[in-house]
Design a protein around this ligand. Structure first.
Ligand code: NAD
Ligand code: UD1
Length: 336
């Protein structure tokens, strides 16, 4: 029996596959390489010393997806595939609805056809919109701030309807906070297209001299230093959360949402300071006005995942910054 991982050559998927293989699972990877490259498969095989089956297919192609289920014995699906750029989703909402929603519908239809009912879905803290209260727990109200976030919310609702329709479904909605960092092998990590939008990849590119300085969005939030606060989580801890969810999926009651965060919020200035310690590089920055659509302070209450999945984030901000910096320095020079 195998675990099917969609979007498996992407940032979070690749780290999760490493943990799955190291825990002894057989893994089948599906990705259309729209935001990743095939050499990630070689890199995962190099890290783990294990083989992977890779299908370069688009999840919008339901026939091709059906064939994978026909050819393999699949016990669960971890569904990472999707587009994730907030700004682009505002410009091109149909692209996001088409890809994220239709891919998920196709996946669920094929799973149902083949009697596969275990699903782990990549959701996001973005479903909490502007936080109702802090720390955010899974009972907080949800809303969407942009089309990307709306796809996550819509998919959560679709999966809830599906679970209500048939008691066989076991679905974990994993709401990620802010994944950062990279694998300690230096072989896999995040590869942003063009100028990064997110804080950590922007900082690493300032540190390496690719970008001149960091613009800190907002110095007037109600945080200790006025800059925005987030719950950064090491991507390896996040990957391990999927492993824990998979091991517990049989005892989930239908559909369950879990926050995957550390429970600790750090301000932008604290991240800069820790990054400087980890890299020994000074980060020039300028505080500018708030970014449109940003929330000020956001961090998780991860107690549900601690208790029900027996999962705890273990890696601290220093390790996140250090691994992000190591990846920035190695990724262009390693050939497999
Ligand atoms: P990523 O872009 O690195 O990985 C997604 C992968 O999906 C890519 O390799 C891409 O080629 C593939 N893909 C996209 N559409 C596809 C399709 N139609 N068919 C087949 N493959 C397709 O992104 P990531 O950071 O690894 O994120 C994984 C998931 O987690 C996404 O659903 C994202 O929305 C969600 N998420 C990410 C973050 C984050 O900060 N990275 C935060 C919260 C939630
Ligand atoms: C972004 C997405 C969100 C997604 C999340 C995780 C936006 C508007 N939101 O949120 O939907 O779920 O990533 O992938 O893109 N910052 C700067 N300067 C920068 C970049 C960021 O000061 O150049 C600040 C931000 O204002 C924020 C913090 O750094 O306070 C983190 O920003 P970012 O990494 O973009 O994550 P989110 O804002 O949480």
């Amino acid at each position: 029996m195998s675990i099917l991982v969609t979007g498996g050559t992407g940032y979070i998927g690749s780290h999760t596959i490493v943990e799955l293989l190291e825990a002894g699972f057989d893994v089948i990877v599906v990705d259309n390489l729209s935001n990743s490259s095939e050499d990630v498969i070689d890199r995962i095989e190099k890290i783990t010393g294990k083989d992977l089956s890779f299908y370069n297919i688009d999840l919008l192609n339901k026939k091709a997806l059906d064939l994978i289920f026909h050819e393999n014995s699949i016990e669960a699906v971890i569904h990472f595939a999707g587009y994730k750029a907030v700004g682009e989703s505002v410009q091109l909402p149909l692209k996001y609805y088409q890809n994220n929603i239709i891919s998920t519908l196709n996946m669920c239809e094929v799973m149902e056809k083949y009697g596969v009912y275990n699903l782990i879905f990549s959701s996001s803290a973005t479903v909490y919109g502007y936080p109702e209260r802090l720390p955010l727990d899974e009972t907080c109200s949800t809303s969407a701030l942009n089309p990307y976030g709306r796809t996550k919310l819509m998919i959560e609702e679709i999966l809830t309807d599906l679970s209500n329709s048939n008691r066989k479904w076991r679905i974990a909605l994993l709401r990620y906070f802010n994944p950062v960092g990279a694998h300690n092998s230096g072989l896999i990590g995040e590869k942003p297209n063009g100028t990064p939008n997110n804080l950590m990849p922007y900082i690493t590119q300032v540190a390496s001299g690719k970008l001149e300085k960091l613009y800190v969005f907002g110095g007037d939030y109600p945080s200790k230093d006025g800059t925005g606060v987030r719950d950064y989580i090491h991507v390896v801890d996040l990957a391990l959360g999927h492993l824990k969810a998979l091991k517990k999926i049989d005892i989930l009651s239908g559909i369950e949402a879990f926050n995957l965060g550390t429970g600790i919020g750090y301000s932008v200035l604290e991240v800069i300071e820790t990054f400087e310690e980890a890299s020994k590089v000074k980060i020039p920055y300028e505080i500018v006005s708030r970014r449109f659509g940003d929330t000020g302070i956001c961090y998780a209450n991860p107690v549900k995942a601690n208790k029900h999945l027996n999962w705890y984030a273990e890696r601290d901000l220093f390790e996140m910054c250090k691994s992000a910096w190591d990846w920035e320095n190695t990724r262009e020079f390693i050939s497999i």
